[in-house]
Ligand binder design. Structure first.
Ligand code: ADP
Length: 505
């Protein structure tokens, strides 16, 4: 990539008002991938105005007509999966199978949304009065702001946008500042699909551009995925504002529970996948493993063995399990939490925070490397390291001695409630966990990562307030009308309410 890439506003590529540009960096090499114009709040306001203008015409189309544009995008995602998977890996550092899976997940989301356009919608609702037909209709809410993170740079934007578009909303997209190249390709796909001008707009940039979306009165819905810190700010700003809606998907301090009945092959496999895939940088990654004392020593030995040897390296190499962290500041944050854990007096079992020189692949010394950090801590201690989200390969082993109620109490001892898993052969333990773990996404005998698009996705407690995926996103981007039509010449009311008009004369 050589030029300075632009925003896409009202069907045009434009440099925007601001003088600043920023670079996309390959986190594995530190090399530059491209230069992008940095959007300003004014650019966002132009994009919102274009989306507002385009809304009336766009909403008049049928859902099936709107979905037709998305089928073009779907085929392009399918045809270009390998190429785009490499772009994802180069720009966000996920190993190559994850880079491709990101694009496949995007295709699945577009397929779901476009396919859903032909499905029956709404509810026919009975009325007490035989002459009344009652049913529920949905209307698009209008301009939808989509603010997305870097870790699923193709999939998450399509989670937000595919459904919002099919339902008749127009879009202002503010991608993560770490992955503008992926966003550029997404915008090119919408431009190629021939969406009417203004229906889809993208402004590249940072938090100030995201904030301008949140603060613009014409934006009716904000779909946000990212940190709890930013998500809660958005909720606080929009919570009490009439007519505004924010669906926010945030982080977690997720855990795997391994009971005394567990199959330890499944337990170790699931815990390693959950903790180290994407170098621990998924909102559903697990940073706690809660293990029953009867199986603790064996689990610990096996988990530590893998953590010592798991392949950290060039994410484009198919033999790599963990790529780099996203950026230098994030290495600092993860390193800081590893140091904090030591200060909080935990027992460190594996510390690959700084890789040995021979572990760093050739040509990658400027990458943002950090390997696994594993420690034992008291399950009941009020430690920051076992309660705050690190968003890296930082894992606490927490031993418990008691029944499933005890394990679930430890699992729930967090402000968050996104994802978790139980590894057990005893179905009573599994069912107790299913019914009592405070989670939006829960798994039995599986890793706690890898959700499919047709399931609800989202958390409880501090992890989220909406479900911005598949069916639930429809709730976020539409308003319902309960519609009742009288087929009689007379007016008859429900609940026995008199419809007689009584006069004095
Ligand atoms: P992460 O820690 O995954 O980078 P962030 O919450 O910082 O998560 O970023 C997620 C998205 O939110 C990015 O697109 C970012 O630019 C945007 N963002 C950051 N700060 C704000 C803000 N104050 N208002 C709106 N969006 C923001």
């Amino acid at each position: 990539m050589t030029d300075t890439y632009e925003h896409y506003i009202d069907g045009e590529w434009v440099p925007g008002e601001g003088p600043e540009t920023f670079e996309s960096e390959n986190p594995a090499t530190g090399g530059t991938l491209g230069e992008f114009h940095r959007g300003t709040p004014d650019d966002v306001d132009h994009a919102v105005a274009a989306a507002e203008d385009a809304f009336e015409e766009w909403r008049k189309l049928s859902r099936i007509e709107r979905a037709a544009y998305l089928w073009d995008v779907y085929h392009e995602l399918r045809d270009r999966t390998d190429e785009l998977g490499e772009v994802v890996t180069k720009e966000c550092g996920k190993e190559i199978s994850e880079g491709k899976a990101d694009v496949v997940e995007a295709a699945h989301m577009v397929e779901w949304a476009a396919g859903d356009a032909r499905h029956p919608k709404g509810d026919i609702v009975p009325s007490e009065i035989p002459a009344k037909d009652a049913y529920m209709r949905r209307k698009p809410r209008g301009v939808t702001g989509c603010i997305t993170p870097w870790n699923f740079p193709v999939a998450i934007p399509y989670w937000h946008m595919a459904i919002a578009l099919v339902e008749g909303n127009t879009i202002v997209f503010k991608p993560a500042e770490q992955t503008p190249w992926c966003a550029q390709i997404i915008a090119e796909m919408f431009a190629d699909a021939g969406l009417p001008d203004g229906v889809f707009n993208m402004v590249q940039g940072f938090g100030d551009a995201g904030n301008a979306i949140v603060e613009n009165d014409a934006v009716k819905t904000v779909l946000f995925t990212g940190s709890a810190e930013v998500g809660h700010k958005i909720q606080d700003k929009l919570g009490g504002v009439p007519g505004k809606r924010a669906a926010c998907e945030m982080g977690g301090k997720n855990a795997i529970v391994v009971t005394e009945s567990a199959d330890l092959d499944i337990a170790v496999h699931s815990a390693v996948m959950s903790s180290f895939k994407t170098t621990g940088q998924r909102c559903v990654s697990s940073e706690r493993v809660i293990v029953h004392t009867d199986v603790y020593d064996e689990f610990k030995r096996r988990f530590v063995d893998v953590a010592e040897s798991v392949a950290v390296g060039d994410p484009l190499d198919e033999d790599t399990f963990m790529g780099p962290l996203i950026e230098a500041e994030h290495v600092e944050k993860v390193t800081g939490y590893n140091e904090l854990a030591r200060e909080e007096d935990v027992t460190v079992l594996v510390d690959r925070t700084e890789l040995d020189d021979d572990e760093v692949p050739d040509g990658h010394v400027d990458g943002h490397w950090a390997g696994p950090f594993v420690y034992e801590a008291d399950a009941h201690a009020d430690l920051r390291c076992t309660h705050e989200e690190v968003f890296g390969p930082h894992v606490a082993l927490l031993e418990y001695d008691g029944d499933i109620e005890e394990a679930v109490a430890i699992q729930n001892d967090t402000d968050y409630g996104l994802a978790g898993a139980i590894i057990a052969e005893d179905y009573r333990q599994i069912n107790y966990y299913r019914d009592n773990a405070e989670l939006g996404l829960a798994y039995g005998n599986l890793p706690c990562i890898g959700a499919e698009v047709q399931l609800p996705f989202g958390g409880v407690k501090k992890s989220g307030n909406g479900y911005p995926s598949a069916r639930e996103a429809i709730e976020a981007v539409t308003d319902r009308t309960a519609w009742t039509l009288n087929n009689s010449k007379g007016i008859r009311m429900a609940q026995g309410l008199s419809a007689d008009i009584k006069t004095e004369y």
